[in-house]
Design a protein around this ligand. Structure first.
Ligand SMILES: Nc1nc2c(c(=O)[nH]1)N[C@H]1C(S)=C(S)[C@@H](COP(=O)(O)OP(=O)(O)OC[C@H]3O[C@@H](n4cnc5c(=O)[nH]c(N)nc54)[C@H](O)[C@@H]3O)O[C@H]1N2
Ligand SMILES: Nc1nc2c(c(=O)[nH]1)N[C@H]1C(S)=C(S)[C@@H](COP(=O)(O)OP(=O)(O)OC[C@H]3O[C@@H](n4cnc5c(=O)[nH]c(N)nc54)[C@H](O)[C@@H]3O)O[C@H]1N2
Ligand SMILES: [Mo]
Length: 677
């Protein structure tokens, strides 16, 4: 986007020449300038005084408190007792430096970030099946040319409005869209076929579709032979997912399943895409693997306008997962447990390899370890509002309170910042330089439009100043943001996400560069897998997947499924969007979507207040009656805090591989409230 005007009256415009959104911005983009000069903006550090209040302080005083607390924790409990929680909205440079800060300045293994709650299941599945995790292995524009698309668990019309134009173009070109979602969303409404599956039944759905494809001879046997391995076992499993069984598990009729399978199987180009609906489950990796199986059996991965892709969510959701803010990771998508990776990074950092920590705890496990019992005593949160966005909110609140020391960097006093000992005011997106990697794997630049306001610091400056106080300045002195990127290039060289051939000038000249880009004369890689897969044998791998029940299924006490997600006008934990009047006007409070027949059973009418209760907590919503949602399911958005927080309800059961919590499925009951209230 293009920013003009002053900070107080900044004007945001789409850039019609930019290939990704062609100038389209979503409502949150149009209104995002409103956060730059917002009256709630933090313009000085805050420290908690003896009376327990957060009061304004100087940067020197605040940073001294942070450094002293971190050093004290380390002295008393060891380096791993200091934790860091980062975010996928940080630029590549910040995500990279935060990972280095954890390992070099603090010496802790315990750093993870909110992307673990976002695309980690798709990432893990992509690496296993295709050898690499690049969300979309093709440019967005390919979507418009695909003959048939299966979109599982994504509500693009509300969550990625600027990208919806490609799906609309696809249909205008005669293509067909199939959406698998327990709700008839705005996106499902725009589709040719809506598969209204039971929450948590994705793998059964995918296996069922594969069953039909095999039965009716619609798979690509040449492709399977030449470009893949492991199909036999998957064929055997698919044989056991006969139509009546799949209909019973998924609630999708045999006729609809058959229609979907035929559309996919007869198309000359086909895409299978997943969103958080499929991924944010304790079976998230398996679910994605079952959809990749489908794309491979169709012979479509690496073919024109075809293949499997994950619709990455956050601004820098892709770049944020590549450069080392993940507990098991070093820059360039390397593994921290890999001796060769450690040697390479230690050399780039000029830091003793044996002092680099090993793998740390994943996001929820890290938060669940806060306090004396878990052993993480001090925490830095930078770019996330975990008090609202992490599952099992009552536990998270208790854990945050049991910390010896909490420091939060944010531009607003988020719910997490409200319980911190020190709050550090950071610069915002329009006030800093850097790069982001979008959902296509395209590295783009973010330009500074305004200087950060007096009293705030960019996160890069914050890390540099804190490193000084920890006596580690040698590793954290950079003349510019570009200098951080130059180091990131060297660190990523030879890794899966290779940025070594990308420069700021090249990004500028080409409207972005797609990684991998291993040398300066390399043009970047918009389309992957055309010839082979980056696996040892060059072939993609099928994975046998069985449908398994969610960690918590409905029963007599909690008879309904609860699923959670997003609405158009609110963003994430709401720190920004709940402060913008125009967006608040569109979605002032959380609405629980309920089928009218279910509402009737509980004596509820549209607009009634109700409490939802799970084994972990209760939260209040306004009833939104909608015939589009399954009668056995309630949907609640997670953008609100305190007693309106959907995450007081959610189940922190984790996927065994990705460590993704089961945000999308748990058992719930409706507690009706009398209308006099
Ligand atoms: N307006 C808005 N836009 C956003 C965001 C936001 O907060 N607000 N956040 C951004 C981020 S970080 C992300 S990750 C993306 C997320 O983008 P999406 O993945 O599109 O968003 P969600 O609403 O989390 O989930 C998508 C759908 O999954 C469905 N679902 C629930 N349970 C299941 C299930 O068991 N199986 C299947 N197949 N589907 C299920 C839900 O009904 C929902 O419609 O959005 C990005 N864009
Ligand atoms: N129930 C349920 N819970 C979910 C989900 C769900 O579908 N259902 N989805 C999950 C997903 S996909 C995600 S991505 C997470 C998102 O949830 P969070 O991780 O909480 O993400 P945000 O709300 O974007 O929080 C970012 C915070 O950092 C601040 N911030 C933004 N940019 C910067 C920066 O550059 N520097 C600093 N210092 N601060 C910054 C913002 O003001 C905000 O307070 O929620 C997860 N939680
Ligand atoms: Mo996300």
């Amino acid at each position: 986007m293009v920013l003009t005007g002053t900070r107080e009256e900044a004007i945001v415009e789409g850039d019609g020449n930019f290939p990704v959104n062609k100038g389209a911005l979503c409502i949150k983009g149009w209104t995002s300038a409103a956060t730059l000069a917002h009256s709630d903006r933090l313009l000085s550090p805050l420290v908690r005084n003896e009376a327990g209040d957060l009061v304004a302080s100087t940067w020197d005083e605040a940073l001294e408190r942070v450094a002293t607390s971190f050093l004290k924790t380390r002295e008393e409990y060891g380096a791993d007792a200091v934790g860091i929680f980062g975010g996928g909205s940080l630029t590549n440079e910040k995500a990279y430096l935060l990972g280095k800060f954890a390992r070099v300045a603090l010496g802790t293994a315990n750093i993870d970030y909110n992307g673990r709650f976002c695309m980690s299941s798709a990432a893990a599945a992509g690496i296993r099946a295709l050898g690499i995790d690049r969300g979309l292995p093709f440019p967005l524009e390919d979507i418009a040319q695909a003959e048939v698309i299966l979109l599982a668990g994504g509500n693009v019309a509300e969550t990625m409005p600027p990208i919806m134009q490609y799906f609309e173009a696809q249909r205008a070109n005669g293509g067909q869209l199939i959406v698998a979602d327990p709700r008839r969303t705005t996106t499902a409404n725009a589709a040719d076929l809506h598969l209204r599956l039971t929450p948590g039944s994705d793998a059964a759905l995918a296996n069922g579709l594969l069953h039909f494809l095999i039965r009716d001879g619609l798979i690509d046997t040449d492709y399977i032979r030449d470009r893949t391995e492991g199909f036999e076992r998957v064929r055997e499993i698919a044989a056991t997912y006969w139509p009546e069984r799949v209909e019973r598990i998924t609630g999708v009729s045999e006729a609809e399943l058959l229609q979907a399978a035929r559309l996919l199987g007869r198309a000359s180009s086909a895409m299978v895409l997943t969103g958080r609906g499929t991924e944010q489950q304790a079976q998230g990796v398996n679910n994605v693997l079952s959809f990749i199986n489908l794309a491979l059996a169709l012979g479509k991965v690496g073919r024109p306008y075809s293949g499997y892709g994950c619709l990455t969510g956050q601004g820098n959701g892709q770049g944020g997962r590549e450069h080392g803010q993940k507990a098991d990771q070093l820059p360039g998508y390397r593994l921290i447990a890999d001796p060769a990776a450690r040697r390479h990074i230690a050399a780039v950092w000029d830091f003793p390899e044996e002092e680099l920590p090993g793998p740390g705890k994943s996001a929820y496990e890290l938060l669940d370890s806060l306090g004396p019992e878990g052993g993480i005593r001090s925490l830095l949160v930078l770019g996330s509002n975990v008090a609202v966005s992490a599952p099992h909110g009552n536990n998270i609140r208790h854990r945050l309170q049991s910390l010896d020391f909490l420091v939060v960097s944010d531009f607003f006093l988020s719910e997490t910042a409200q319980v911190a000992d020190v709050v550090l005011p950071s610069a915002q997106w329009a006030e800093e330089e850097g790069t982001m990697t979008n959902l296509e794997g395209r590295v783009i630049r973010r330009r500074r439009a305004f200087e950060p306001p007096t009293g705030t610091l960019t996160d890069l400056d914050l890390m540099e100043r804190l490193a000084e106080r920890l006596d580690k300045s040698r590793w954290f002195s950079y003349p510019s943001t570009e200098a951080v990127f130059e180091e990131l290039r060297a660190a990523s060289a030879g890794g899966a996400a290779d940025y070594s051939g990308i420069t700021y000038e090249k990004i500028e000249a080409n409207q972005g560069v797609f990684w991998p880009c291993p040398s300066v004369d390399h043009p970047g890689t918009p389309r992957m897998f055309t010839e082979s897969f980056p696996t040892p044998g060059g072939k993609a791998r099928f994975h046998p997947v069985l449908h398994r029940l969610p960690a918590e299924a409905p029963d007599e006490d909690y008879p309904l499924y609860l699923t959670t997600g997003r609405v158009l006008a609110q963003y994430q934990s709401g720190t920004q969007t709940r402060r913008i009047a125009e967006l608040q006007g569109m979605a002032p409070e959380p609405m629980a979507e309920i089928n009218p027949t279910t509402a009737e059973r509980f004596g509820l009418e549209d607009g009634d207040m109700l409490t939802l209760e799970t084994r972990r907590g209760a939260a209040r919503f306004k009833a939104l009656l909608s015939a589009g949602i399954r009668p056995d399911t309630v949907f609640a958005p997670f953008h609100w805090a305190h007693e309106q927080s959907a995450n007081l309800l959610t189940n922190p059961a984790l996927d065994p591989i990705s460590r993704m919590p089961e945000f999308k499925v748990c058992a719930v009951r409706i507690v009706q409230e009398s209308s006099q209230e």
